[in-house]
Structures are given as C-alpha cells and as structure tokens.
Unconditional design. Structure first.
Length: 522
C-alpha cells in the first residue's frame, strides 16, 4: 500500500511546476497538467476526511463561462453598471434557500420581514464574518438599512446610540459559542473585536464564572458541549443559559453562534431548545424590543431625542454543512423514510437572525461558495455608497464571484427535492455502514482502543488517528481532544454523496493491518 502510494505521490512531488520568465513550452505545460490531473484523480477517489461532495457534473453548463469575467459586484437585488453578472441566477439560488429555510419570500426592500442575502465568494467563513459583523453593528445600535427607510420619520444620520448611565454595557455585545465551534468564528471575533463571555468575564467580573466552582473564566473559554469532549459535540443548552443570564442581567446584548453540523463531530446544536430556554431570559432582562436612544438633529440643527426599537440578541446559525442537508432529512422523516430528524434551526424559529451554508460541502462545487441569509429588518446599512458600480455595497467583498451562482443554480436545477432526499438516505446508510465496519476493527487491535464514535445523524465517523501514510492517502482530517484527562488523537471520515462503500472497505482493510495505528499503548 505504502509503496504504491509513494510512487503516485513522488511523481507529483518531483514534477517541476516552476514558472521561468520565458514561460513553459506547450509540451512542458501539458505534461505538468497531466501529472496534476492524475494526482487529483487518485486523491479525489480516496478523499474521505472532509465534508465536500466530489460528485459533480457541471462541465456542460459552465464551460462557456470560463472565458468570461463575470462579476456580481454589489447587492444581488440591484443590477449595477457592470452587466456581465449572474445576478439573475444568484437571486434564484437565494430564493430557493429562502424557501427551504422558511424565510419570507420574495425579497422586498420595503418588507421588513422578507429575507435578504447573497451568494458568498468564500465559503461559510465569509458568511460567519458577515453575520457577526451584522450582529455586532445591530446590537451596538448602528445604522441599518431599515433605519434609512425611517428617514421619513426624520431619523437621519446617527451612528452611535446614546450612553445610558445606569446601563453602561447596553451596546457592548458579548459572544457565546461552544467548544466544538469552527475556527472561522474565533477568527471573526478577533477581526471584528467582538469579546467573548470569557474575555469580558475575566476582565470585568474576575472570579465570578457561574459555571465554575472557583469562578474561573479561563478554564473553559467556550461554552461547554454536552458531556464535554466525551459527548456528541452539541452545545450544552443549560450551561449556555446560565452564562447568558449572567450577562443579560447586566444588560449586555447577546450574540450566540450555533453550530448546525459541527466541523469535527457533525453535531447539531439544538437551536429550538436554545430559543425555548433563552427567550424567557431575554424577556426578563429587557432584551426583547429594547429601546435604543439617539440624539439626532432636526433641519435647523437642534438636537432632538429619538428612540428606535431593537432586540438585544442575535442568533447566528453556522450551517456550513447541516443547513443545506438537514431540510432533506426532515423531508425523509416526514415520508417515514428515516427514523429521526435534526433539531429545527431555520427561520421558522423567530429567534434566528442569520444562517450560512457552504455550497461546496453538501451540494458540491469546484470552488468555495455558499449562502448568507438574514431578514431585511436586520440588514446592515452599507458603509459606503459607490456611485462607481451603481449597486449598493451591501456585501462583504467588492468584486464578487459571478461564477459560483451558476454552479449552485445548475446543481439545484438538476437535483430536485426527491433526489436530494435519496442522497440523504444514501449518506445515512453508508455512514451507518462505515460505523459498523470501523467497529469491527477493534478485534484486529485488541491492545489499542480505537474510540469509534458517531454522533446521531452525523455524516461523519471518528476514530483513533492512524499512521501518516493512511491519513494522507485518504485526506483524513485529524483533531486531538482531551477526554477524561487524557489526550486522544482522532481522525474522522465524512460520508458524502460521492463517497463509495468500496473506498470505506479499502480503508478498513488497511486499518486492519498491524501497525496501522501508532503505538498499541492505550
Ligand atoms: C466548513 C465549516 C466552516 C467554514 O466553511 P468554509 O466554507 O470552509 O469557509 C464553518 N463552520 C463549520 C461548522 C464548518 O464545518
């Protein structure tokens, strides 16, 4: 196994892809591309470690557009001066997901309850950034698109709300997310200077963590998941509520990032459970429809006091994988084709403010993409008004990928609900199969605990990390988790529509070999 793998890898490693000033000859270029193609083909067939669907068939639909520069710069719902865009397809994709997630359609800038969103140029990372930026500015009382519509009420150009003497923290958002959260959320907090509960706790309320016997904020900087690292990976809603109440009582507005399909364990946070538990807390501490006070000026320059009403919480659902997949599990469940469904997470829950998903995960795409969605009433006011493009700068990037909306559109056009339900059933079936097969391995390694685990409804199975050549061959993703005081090195496989049972069989065969796992110690 290792020998054959080394040969394949070394051909790729030894090929010179360097670009000299004179460029490459056609022959050299073609030979490089051939090596690269062979390398990718093999890696693609063996790829088990990441939640990216490799089953795709876009060539026919997209080929023509590879030699055009399509750019969806600006708001998807406003055509700008750059007309080589795929905004019509983008709007169709957004409508599709708005319906799938029970948001109010169609988008109408005058209808506060209707949805707004855009197709991301990056994946969910961008959506998480955008959602948290939106959350921060909403909670800090900054201007929204909705406020612009209130211009008629002469609420003009405020940027910051008035400081409230007896509520000094009223516009300082504090963020909560579980220990199973994707690193993009932590990065977004850093870039956006949003403080987490443990940072504010440590700085302002040292020794008062209500979850810790010593009040320590630094032992758990994230909200614990159910049973910690030993558990399924979903957030501990009771512990979340205890922490949220501590800050809500002190008038801090609350940001919560829920995982819907956590990256490593594939766990689903109980968003509805969070709503049930937290709404009474938000109500108790005046975070529902709270008044935001501004000083404005009238036409003669006299200061006048204005009041705006906003919630003091923002619930963002990071549904990178789950948001595009779980709706079809629910359909399968309703048709009695599957025994359980995931927790509700979408706009049926009034508590939800924003949702993101990655287009290259469940649907499958040759390059990263995804969807961000919120409601018109929560929409950020664009920081600039670029006359240059004639479309509001309401998205994260300037130039936006005009290519990926065609890919997503093509996927959705070709995969009806029923087909996606079939895919869900296939993945569920193969996941169970993989779990069973990996469990049988334990007999081959009696001295080594293999920790084979699968969170309910997850498309991933985790187990003890094998040796490096196997990790590389199958592109396995690895993570070390401290369980009961001991560090365990895990790997996981993801079962996507492109995953073949044969590949799992092949992996299991290789894992049976003596020496497949380093050190038969534990
Ligand atoms: C993959 C993933 C992300 C990041 O998405 P990208 O599309 O890679 O940017 C964020 N959150 C979760 C839970 C993920 O699994």
């Amino acid at each position: 196994m290792t020998k054959e793998l080394t040969k394949h890898q070394s051909k790729y490693d030894e090929t010179c892809f360097e670009l000299p000033p004179e460029g490459l000859t056609e022959e050299q270029r073609k030979s490089c591309l051939e090596v690269f193609k062979n390398y990718i083909n093999v890696q693609k067939d063996n790829c088990l470690g990441y939640q990216v669907n490799q089953k795709m068939d876009y060539k026919g639909d997209i080929e023509h557009f590879l030699d055009c520069h399509l750019n969806n710069v600006g708001d998807p719902f406003v055509n700008g001066n750059y007309t080589l865009s795929s905004k019509r397809m983008e709007k169709a994709v957004l409508n599709y997901y708005a319906k799938l997630w029970s948001a109010k359609v169609p988008h109408d800038p005058q209808d506060m309850e209707s949805f707004w969103g855009y197709v991301l140029s990056m994946g969910s990372t961008e959506g998480n950034f955008y959602g948290l930026w939106n959350a921060r500015d909403y909670l800090a009382g900054r201007k929204l698109v909705a406020d612009e519509l209130q211009k008629k009420l002469r609420l003009t150009n405020y940027l910051h709300p008035k400081h409230i003497e007896d509520k000094p923290h009223a516009y300082t958002p504090v963020a909560f997310f579980s220990q199973d959260t994707h690193y993009s959320i932590i990065k977004a907090m850093r870039v956006l200077s949003i403080s987490t509960f443990s940072e504010i706790g440590q700085a302002v309320y040292p020794g008062q963590n209500p979850l810790d016997p010593d009040g320590n904020w630094l032992k758990n900087k994230e909200v614990p998941s159910v049973e910690g690292n030993a558990g399924p990976g979903s957030i501990d809603v009771d512990k979340l509520a205890t922490l949220v109440e501590f800050f809500a009582e002190k008038n801090y507005p609350i940001i919560i990032c829920c995982n819907y399909g956590s990256t490593f364990k594939g766990a689903y946070d109980d968003v509805e459970g969070i709503q049930n538990k937290l709404m009474p807390i938000f109500e108790r501490y005046g975070l529902v429809n709270r008044d935001v006070h501004y000083n404005d000026v009238d036409e003669d320059g006299n200061e006048i006091a204005k009041v705006d009403t906003r919630n003091g919480y923002w619930i963002h659902v990071d549904g990178a994988l789950g948001a595009s997949y779980m709706p079809f599990v629910e359909m399968a469940y309703k048709q009695k084709l599957i025994a359980q469904k995931g927790p509700n997470f979408d706009f049926r829950l009034p508590i939800v403010n924003s949702i993101v998903m990655s287009g290259h995960k469940w649907p499958g795409s040759p390059c990263p993409c995804g969807v961000f969605m919120t409601k018109v009433k929560y929409q950020l006011f664009p920081p600039a008004d670029p006359e240059y493009t004639a479309s509001p700068d309401s998205t994260f990037a300037g130039s936006r990928n005009g290519f990926t909306p065609i890919i997503m559109w093509s996927y959705l056009a070709k995969h009806c609900y029923e087909l996606q339900v079939q895919r869900v059933l296939y993945c569920e079936d193969v996941s169970r199969y993989a779990e069973d097969q990996l469990n049988t391995l334990q007999y081959c390694h009696p001295e080594t605990q293999l920790f084979v685990e699968r969170t309910p409804l997850a498309l991933t199975v985790r187990f003890r990390m094998p040796i490096k050549p196997i990790v590389e061959k199958y592109s396995l993703s690895c993570e070390s988790l401290k369980v009961n005081g001991q560090v365990r090195h895990y790997a996981h496989i993801y079962i996507m529509p492109s995953t073949q049972k044969e590949t799992i069989d092949q992996l299991v065969e290789e894992l049976k070999e003596k020496g497949a796992f380093k050190g038969d110690d534990i």
